[in-house]
Design a protein around this ligand. Structure first.
Ligand code: NAP
Length: 248
């Protein structure tokens, strides 16, 4: 049976890698993005060139109407939903908590917490056997920052990922008997553009000596863990937080 998957924030970085690998495994993919239509379309073309099916759907994770439209579009244009990867996320400039303003905190929590909650809600409505669905999988992309707290950099970001960990644990138990598995992957420091977006393009180089494996990770190494969680090979795994962080 064909199933579709929504990968939020799939225009680049970890989300892009998850989208490509999910397509290889036979999922029809919704490549969500916020602003980078050209990059999202490029991911779609890459999937199609390899014989897969994908659509790019713009939706800002801070806007409920956008999220509803995204799920609606998938309902209409792709196979029945089988999985959601809550991947879209942001950091901000390095700052101490004492200097964080309301606008920053609201943007951080809306993008990294509220958006994933709303997406999870919409996915559960479609996947739950209680609602006539066929079950499915939700994978949340958290961060090892949830355990380090990211002091002097972005405690707000770390706290948002702590919320995602708690959501993963609670939702997993809530829907375990409804055919839905919910897990999280917690990446360590990975080579993507997220660091430049926080004003520090060389962040991986600066941090890698603190990683036990003495290197940053690649997006594909995160995607491989996600793909395992999406697959039947993890059929008895739910409510798990899996660190993919080189030992950090
Ligand atoms: P990235 O390269 O900065 O990519 C972020 C993606 O999220 C882009 O596709 C972007 O879309 C999308 N996005 C941002 N805000 C959005 C919004 N409001 N609505 C919809 N999409 C939005 O990030 P990444 O490094 O791949 O990170 C992916 C996930 O891994 C995040 O949750 C991040 O917190 C987590 N993570 C990353 C690292 C790391 O070291 N890279 C470590 C731990 C955890 P546009 O391109 O359209 O703006």
């Amino acid at each position: 049976m064909e199933r579709s998957i929504i990968v939020t924030g799939a225009s680049r970085g970890i989300g892009r890698s998850i989208a490509l690998k999910a397509a290889e495994k036979g999922y029809q993919v919704c490549v969500n993005y916020k602003g980078a239509a050209d990059k999202a379309e490029a991911v779609v073309r890459e999937i199609e060139a390899a014989g897969g099916t994908a659509i790019a759907v713009q939706a800002d994770m801070t806007k409920e109407a956008d999220i509803l439209r995204m799920f609606d579009t998938v309902d209409k244009e792709l196979a029945p939903l089988g999985a959601l990867v809550n991947n879209a996320g942001i950091v901000d400039k390095g700052s101490k908590v004492e200097n964080m303003n309301l606008e920053r905190l609201e943007r951080m929590f809306a993008t990294n917490i509220t958006g994933p909650f709303l997406c999870a809600r919409e996915a559960v409505k479609r996947l739950s056997t209680t609602h006539g669905g066929k079950g499915g999988v939700i994978v949340n992309i958290s961060s090892v920052a949830a355990k380090t707290g990211a002091p002097n950099e972005y405690v707000d970001y770390a706290a948002s990922k702590g919320a995602i960990d708690a959501m993963t644990l609670g939702l997993a138990k809530e829907v375990a008997a409804e055919g839905i598995r919910v897990n999280a992957v917690r990446p360590g420091i990975i080579y993507t553009d997220i660091h430049a977006s926080g004003g520090e393009p060389d962040r991986v180089e600066r941090f890698k000596s603190m990683v036990p494996m003495l290197r940053g990770g690649q997006p594909e190494e995160i995607a491989d863990a996600v793909l395992w969680l999406l697959s039947e090979r993890s059929s008895y795994v739910t409510g798990s937080l899996i660190d993919v962080s080189g030992g950090r």
